[in-house]
Design a protein. Sequence first.
Length: 247
Amino acid sequence: MTGAAGQFLHWPLVASLAGWIALAVMPALPDLSRICGAPLFSLPRAESLRLLLALHPPDLMVRHSLLMVVTMMLPMLVVPLAHIGNRAVRFGGAAQMLFLLGYCALWILAFVPLMIVAWLARQALGPGLSTLLGVVLICAWQESGAKWRALSRCHVRPALGGTTVALFGDALRYGIGSARWCIQSCWLVMFLCLISEDVTVMAALTLALGYERYVDGRPVRLTRLVMRLRHACSDWKPSALPRPSAA
């Protein structure tokens, strides 16, 4: 894209890259399961929740949530931000910021409870089993029709008002609406990232989200991946050697 659309093609990716660097160098949050020494399959206790809130106060959880949302989800917003920039003759940058304000606010409201559930799952099941649970849940979710409907709604581009006030209101509602469907589509991805606490896993899942958002337009499903792999393997079978011709 060129012209008015050129400005937003770079800064979301630059901001996301800065987020990846911050996640890679920042110290990891304390692991509650190691501190508490919870036995396998033990249920979370009230004192464990109090310790969690002591180690991770709400302001820290909000900052961490915002960092993860900016890092992983900002690349998914290039097209919506382009949609706003192309249709805003004036104050396009302000409208984009309002879009991001509504988007990030709703994501943080969903992210903080998800963070608590992920940490409690690590305490109850341990890192290994909780990660396995996250993988099973995300594979099942990717196969569901609800995932397909949510991803389809992420591609909707609403009309924006012509006046400044209408533009700002529509941009804010657009951000909230986009966050609603992104949360429904990607909440298990975030859950798995929080359980694994591994930047490599986060990067791989972000690439999968970008693929289904921009390349395929459909959820990344395990069954389709297996079918494609089988088809590729069948194509790689060596052909039969030609029989020698009779002299």
